[in-house]
Design a protein around this ligand. Structure first.
Ligand code: MN
Length: 499
């Protein structure tokens, strides 16, 4: 997989490129892709991107990325249609009529997630990440959002600087960590490197130059090492499916360099060699053979098969002194582990070169997903005592600017107002939820956009509010406001009037 998406994107991308790509792994599904393209092109007719190109270029590019990664054609269809409900006159009902309930459900998720905005306010980060996972409900929605975001990041230049920064920061702080937690290394790498380029252009060039220099002239050497290990493995009856090299992603190399004080000799995995074998026992056999050929570095053997990383990553790692004493890292895994390492929870929607998919897990996939989601939600939380059921009883609502506020179930606009600021609460005179004026005791639902109307002449909280609020926070502030008001009323009588 090339580093930056722009490298694999043809400069004039057409529907035929997309069809040809899907043909390489799912020839039977190309008809549907064509229909979705025509439908989307029609809906976006006359719309232009900031770059001046016809709008359809964007969904087509997002779909092409998924096809390049050999992702299930139902998601390629989703990517083609992903901006239709939000940005055109065509409704989700019409999509449902043409492409079925499943596609429509997926696109509802994509549209909902489109509301999320991160503006660099630290205290919203965790909420946003949780929100993203909770609202997506479906891993496919996230995969489509990642493809959408990768293309947007690779075409950021057409946007004003401020917007560029916001999108890059949001991708780095929200999208990439989620891709990581879901074990989607492929997307994590692209999202990080594309954002890195915009957020820290100087460091990006420095690291890229360093890596390119390191790679130059290594190819012949690595070919030789790969040839040697291939021969030795087959001589010993280890069933090898593939041996290949992978270069470290730039942002992850950057982080490592920073940690090691920019001494690149301390970074052993700028390139790693991967050995993909048939089953788990072949993994350990292969590790033994690597160690028989070359002496391992002390403390560098890692068994992530026996002890997977928190995001589910499994592999054996070892670093050896290979020919001429040069240091080389090996990563050994089965085909299934490899798919899971690259696509994480999305592995089930990925096809290999032969058009085969990872089998669904033995328990129902829906159940599996629900479990994964809960785990992610728990993992995403920094608070240890935060329980899943705690989270299930939370709702997430938006400010009109798109910031996410986390409240308990059945919280009211008054809770929301006090959450923003105690003065907003005290001066609250009305509220709009999704642009509709509603009463102050209306329970809020996840995804509501809440705008508080304040009245600066308002004296303070109303005692009635105590009966309708759900949060301790709001109660405390209402009580103290009531105390102040009655105190002020009383003081009015004994103190001389202010001039
Ligand atoms: Mn889009």
């Amino acid at each position: 997989m090339p580093l930056l998406y722009a490298d694999i994107l043809p400069s004039t991308l057409t529907i035929d490129d997309l069809i040809n790509e899907v043909k390489t792994y799912r020839p039977a599904d190309t008809e549907m892709i064509k229909l979705a393209y025509d439908f989307a092109a029609d809906a976006h007719q006359g719309q232009l991107r900031k770059s001046g190109e016809p709008y359809i270029v964007h969904p087509l590019a997002a779909a092409f990325l998924l096809a390049k990664l050999k992702i299930d054609p139902s998601l390629v269809v989703g990517a083609l249609l992903h901006d239709v409900p939000e940005d055109t006159q065509v409704t989700i009902e019409e999509i449902e009529k043409n492409f079925g309930a499943d596609t429509a459900a997926m696109l509802r998720g994509v549209t909902k997630l489109g509301k999320l905005k991160y503006r660099g306010v630290e205290r919203y980060i965790e909420n946003l990440r949780k929100m993203f996972v909770a609202m997506a409900e479906d891993v496919r929605v996230m995969i489509i959002k990642f493809a959408d975001r990768v293309h947007n990041l690779s075409t950021l230049d057409a946007l004003p600087k401020e917007k560029r920064q916001r999108v890059a920061m949001e991708s780095m702080e929200i999208y990439a960590p989620i891709a990581n937690r879901l074990g989607m290394a492929e997307f994590k790498g692209m999202l990080e490197d594309l954002s890195f380029q915009h957020l820290h252009p100087k460091e990006f060039s420095r690291v890229k130059e360093m890596r390119d220099k390191f790679l130059a002239g290594q190819e012949a050497y690595l070919e030789k090492i790969m040839g040697m290990i291939r021969a030795e493995l087959s001589k010993n009856g280890v069933r090898v499916l593939d041996v290949h090299g992978r270069k470290k992603q730039l942002y992850s190399l950057y982080q490592k360099l920073v940690k090691k004080g920019w001494e690149k000799e301390q970074v052993y995995d700028i390139i790693a060699l991967r050995i993909i074998v048939e089953d788990m026992s072949d993994c350990y056999a292969a590790l033994g053979i690597v160690h028989k050929l070359w002496r391992p570095l002390k403390g560098r053997v890692k068994d992530y098969i026996a002890q997977p990383k928190p995001n589910g990553y499994r592999s054996l790692h070892t670093t050896v002194f290979a020919e001429d004493g040069r240091v080389v890292e090996f990563q050994i895994r089965t085909k299934a582990m490899h798919e899971e390492a690259e696509y994480g929870v999305g592995a089930h929607w990925h096809y290999d070169e032969r058009g085969a998919k990872l089998p669904a897990k033995d328990i129902g996939w829906a159940k599996e997903l629900a479990k994964i989601q809960q785990e992610v939600l728990v993992n995403l939380s920094d608070v240890d005592e935060l329980k899943v059921d705690f989270f299930q009883n939370r709702i997430f609502v938006f400010t009109p600017r798109g910031d996410v506020i986390d409240l308990p179930e059945n919280a009211t606009p008054i809770d929301f107002a006090y959450h923003i600021h105690s003065e907003i609460g005290n001066k609250c005179s009305g509220v709009r939820v999704n642009d509709q004026l509603v009463s102050l005791d209306t329970p809020l639902k996840s995804g509501d956009v809440v705008a508080v109307i304040t009245d600066k002449n308002r004296k303070g909280a109303s005692p009635d509010w105590l009966k309708i609020v759900k949060t301790h926070h709001a109660k405390t502030h209402i009580k103290s406001s009531l105390k102040n008001t009655s105190l002020n009323n009383w003081l009015k009588y004994i103190l001389p009037k202010k001039k």
